[in-house]
Design a protein around this ligand. Structure first.
Ligand SMILES: [Mn+2]
Length: 363
């Protein structure tokens, strides 16, 4: 008899659970509708005043047996779940997201298709110092069949007294060398007003780590149809990085390459900490190609090769590294740039490594 009573109560409880489930989802649906209206109005989704009112509503209508504080705790979880639901909807709408565009974006630069499943290389000196310096690195790259020549003309340095770059003269040198060897120029632009001017010289506009949240620069780069290599900020989360890319894409330019270049942590053994898991996260969350900068993430020559292998193995579309004909006298980043024999050794090792990769394993 008492067993039977238990069965009845359990079945009653199941019914209530199902009712709660239905009501929770109903609340979720209403929250999504509210989220859409708020998005259209451009107002924040989280409204503390409104939340306080609902908590009071719960308190004023609670007839027990639960303590009001217990119920308020449960309702706080429900509010959070509803807010998450609104935000997931918002993320779905991001132009950089794979939900919005499932297929990979391929960025085409002078016959190189970054994001096509093959591994690409972006190499060159940290800073442009002279025609001869750029030319000797570019020639070594050309011998390996590499096309994407990087070099800094405008250098945002930590100290205002460090070498600031050759400016437009540096861009002219890069363009000249690239034209002579049929290569492409990747170079950083610092000032939104320089974007138009840079179109004559660069094939890829680089936006540096220190400018990842320079929104005016992002908008200016988004409003031209030129590939952009966007570096992750020193202390930027992956989400902030994606929003920075969204600024570019929202202006209409979808030719974006994301660059993981290490983040600031407490670790001092490397210049920055290479966030290797950011690569598959970015590949999963966005449709954009991802390049790993092994020079600035490690700041150590002995780590360039293992980190480049890790980048390729984990699915990066390209590897970026700095090469200088005589790193000892380089005007910037002298400690971590490879010289030309080291560059050839680096490429030999990576080519051997790539041959051992199962076909398509890193795509
Ligand atoms: Mn550098």
């Amino acid at each position: 008899m008492s067993n039977n009573e238990l069965e009845v109560l359990r079945s009653e409880m199941d019914q209530v659970t199902l009712q709660i489930l239905e009501l929770l989802n109903e609340r979720g649906n209403i929250a999504k509708k509210i989220g859409k209206i708020k998005e259209a109005q451009g107002v924040k989704r989280f409204d503390p005043v409104r939340e306080r009112n609902i908590l009071d509503l719960v308190a004023n209508n609670n007839n027990g047996p639960f303590e009001t504080s217990t119920l308020q705790h449960i309702f706080k979880q429900i509010f959070k779940a509803c807010l998450d639901l609104q935000e997931t909807d918002n993320r779905k709408a991001l132009l950089v997201s794979r939900k919005k565009k499932p297929e990979d974006t391929v960025v085409s630069v002078k016959g190189e298709h970054i994001g096509d499943g093959n591994t690409h290389f972006v190499m060159g000196p940290c800073a442009v110092e002279s025609y001869e310096q750029v030319k000797s690195v570019a020639q070594a790259m050309k011998e390996r069949g590499l096309k994407l020549l990087r070099g800094g003309a405008f250098k945002p340095r930590t100290s205002p007294y460090d070498f600031q770059g050759l400016g437009i003269e540096g861009l002219k040198i890069l363009r000249q060398v690239a034209d002579e060897l049929d290569m492409a120029v990747v170079s950083e632009i610092l000032n939104p007003n320089d974007i138009e001017m840079s179109l004559d010289y660069v094939d890829v506009i680089q936006i540096g780590a220190r400018n990842m949240q320079n929104f005016e620069l992002l908008k200016a780069a988004g409003s031209v149809y030129k590939p952009v290599l966007l570096k992750r900020g020193l202390s930027a989360t992956i989400e902030e990085f994606m929003y920075a890319a969204e600024y570019i894409l929202a202006q209409g330019n979808d030719q974006i390459i994301l660059c993981e270049r290490g983040i600031r942590t407490y670790e001092k053994a490397t210049r920055n900490t290479l966030d290797i898991s950011a690569v598959p996260i970015l590949k999963k969350e966005t449709h954009l190609p991802v390049v790993v900068d092994v020079t600035h993430s490690t700041g150590r020559k002995d780590l360039l090769l293992p980190c480049a292998k890790a980048a390729i193995a984990i699915g990066a579309d390209a590897v970026m590294a700095e090469v200088h004909p005589d790193p000892a006298v380089a005007l910037s980043d002298s400690a971590q740039q490879m010289d030309i024999p080291q560059f050839h050794q680096f490429m030999d090792d990576l080519e051997a490594f790539l041959k051992r990769q199962p076909q398509g394993a890193h795509v």
